[in-house]
Design a binder for this molecule. Structure first.
Ligand code: ZN
Length: 195
């Protein structure tokens, strides 16, 4: 019984093998290869060297395109419709003065957080990493407060990041200048201009 089953299987295998052979793709002939190669070489635009004067297909496309040309009158109307208060962008200044990004002649908004870090470090360098009231330096500051020395905005406007508005202060002095703001503002402006 076992033998019989084995025999059938062998025969089955042979049949499958034969059927596969029949479906095998014939090998590429030299001629076939050559034709394919030629076909690739001939990949040029169908309308090459054709003009609307000599070829009807080109002429038809040309006529279709003409219909899409926006007349000067239409352009003028569109322009009016899009200008002035009807335009959503009316009165919006993306850049420069009048822009919400405009800070003391310089726009800082497009810059990244990284730039702010860079700016802060630069301010610190200018002031030798020292608080401009008690002259504690950043190293001592970190030891004392476990925190970097901070940058103070002279006019108390955190958005005003102009160099002239920034100064180095330690934690203690920073809280000190929180009161009596007008006095301190004057004080630092004078200090900066004298330095
Ligand atoms: Zn200080």
């Amino acid at each position: 019984m076992f033998k019989k089953g084995y025999k059938q299987t062998e025969e089955h295998k042979r049949k499958i093998s034969e059927s596969k052979k029949g479906k095998k793709r014939p090998p590429f002939s030299e001629e076939w290869r050559k034709n394919l190669s030629e076909a690739h070489k001939k990949l040029i635009p169908w309308n090459k060297d054709l003009t609307k004067e000599t070829d009807e297909r080109v002429r038809k496309i040309s006529d279709t395109k003409k219909g899409h040309i926006v007349s000067e009158e239409t352009k003028r109307k569109q322009s009016i419709a899009n200008s002035g208060k009807r335009n959503g962008m009316y009165g919006v200044h993306k850049f420069g003065k009048g822009s919400s990004n405009w800070i003391d002649g310089r726009s800082f908004e497009p810059y990244t957080q990284k730039f702010n870090k860079f700016l802060k470090e630069n301010i610190k360098k200018i002031y030798n990493f020292e608080c401009q009231l008690c002259y504690v330096n950043e190293k001592e500051h970190i030891k004392k407060y476990n925190k970097k020395i901070s940058i103070h905005h002279i006019d108390y406007n955190k958005k005003n990041c102009s160099m002239k508005n920034l100064i180095v202060l330690c934690l203690k002095c920073n809280s000190k200048v929180n009161g009596n703001r007008e006095y301190w503002k004057e004080f630092f402006i004078r200090k900066i201009n004298n330095d």
